[in-house]
Write a protein that binds this ligand. Structure first.
Ligand code: UFG
Length: 338
């Protein structure tokens, strides 16, 4: 079995930590690079508990080029998964400069350090939000870019920088994966999403209402042109997202090239359908009410996942009931997060 070392920036974060588990399962050694600005050092112990392997950590910031280079000095790195960055849409509207600095400059630093170190494989954590609301569903890779906020812009810019870089250096192998709505937690309930303060996204909010930590869910809008009037999204299990990274890594290591791929299930689920699935998983009813639409929300958004299957041989394996069961296990085992 391969023991190649893979640098995982933001490896203590929500998606990064699940990717570390998937890497270990596939026989790779993750080396986490994280500054714990939006994550807990406890994640490292939890990943070690799940994988029964020691996990290497280099504490550092993607804004500090020398700290990134330190990873390459300490470890013989075969490839990179770059997750480190900020991800709150509302915060990006309030503080765009921080988002451009951390997400764009941070990514340039990682790409630059990669080139200096002779590593030629990198997978970037992008978002379906780059497509905005101009496209018909399902959203394929040929859809038009039209991000609606600074967060989405940062992802789009980094994708374009990567494409320019590949065009300038033929020996680089890069992939950008645009996730739809990653949710759920590892099946052990040991790692999961741990938002600071009141959650801004549906799934963690729902879980905290089910646990009694928040009193009631507000459903944003009831008159969208959808099957039940509520917003429709493509919720994908975070371990399916993690598995997609391993599939992309293996593709780049064997075939090489440049890949831009949408990562979703292809299935649209409404807010009410998600509430009902969560009620089944938790075995309790969840208080909710209709409220007004949230500014900037689109009615319906789901992926065309066919290119991922064709190129990577990957497709989402876990359905909405597994997602809710795993999310609930994480919530009840860690009522206050890490
Ligand atoms: N919703 C509610 N009540 C809530 C929270 C959300 O009804 O308390 C609804 C929203 O209106 C929407 C759906 O639940 O219809 C999903 O909302 P989320 O906030 O969970 O997710 P979004 O689709 O708005 O955004 C997410 C991430 C973004 C990412 C985008 C990519 O938050 O960072 O997916 O598609 F860019």
């Amino acid at each position: 079995m391969s023991k190649d070392k893979i640098l995982v920036t933001g490896g203590a974060g929500y998606i990064g930590s699940h990717a570390c588990v998937a890497l270990c399962e596939a026989g790779y050694q993750p080396v986490i690079f994280d500054n714990f600005s939006n994550s807990s050092p406890k994640v490292i112990d939890r990943v070690e508990q799940i994988t029964k392997k020691g996990i290497s950590l280099v504490e550092g910031d993607v804004l500090n080029f020398d700290q990134i280079m330190e990873v390459f000095r300490q470890h013989s790195i075969k490839g990179i998964m770059h997750f480190a960055g900020c991800k709150a849409v509302g915060e990006s509207v309030q503080d765009p400069l921080s988002y451009y600095r951390i997400n764009v400059t941070g990514s340039i630093n990682v790409l630059d350090a990669m080139c200096h170190s002779g590593v030629d494989v990198l997978i970037f954590s992008s978002s379906a939000t780059i497509f905005g609301d101009l496209n018909a569903n399902p959203i394929s890779e040929s859809s038009t870019f039209s991000p609606k906020n600074p967060y989405g812009q940062t992802k789009r810019f980094v994708e374009e920088i990567m494409a320019d870089l590949v065009a300038s250096k033929a020996n680089l192998n890069l992939a950008t994966l645009r996730y739809f709505n990653p949710v759920g937690a590892h099946q052990t309930g040991l790692i999961g999403e741990d938002p600071k303060g009141i959650p801004q996204n549906l799934m963690p909010y729902l879980a905290q209402v089910a646990a009694g930590r928040l009193s009631k869910l507000e459903v944003f809008g009831h008159d969208y042109p959808t099957k039940d009037g509520t917003g429709i999204r493509d919720y994908i299990h975070v371990m399916d997202v993690a598995d997609a990274h391993v599939a992309a890594l293996e593709y780049l290591l064997s075939e090489g090239g440049y890949l831009a791929i949408n990562i979703g299930t292809g299935q649209g689920i409404s807010v009410l359908e998600l509430i009902h699935a969560f009620e089944r998983a938790a075995g309790r009813s969840i208080p909710w009410d209709f409220g007004p639409r949230r500014d900037g929300d689109v009615a319906e958004y789901y992926a065309d996942p066919s290119l991922a299957e064709q190129k990577l041989g990957w497709r989402a394996k876990r359905g909405i009931d597994t997602i809710c069961t795993d999310m609930w296990r994480w919530q009840i085992n860690n009522p206050l997060g890490y």
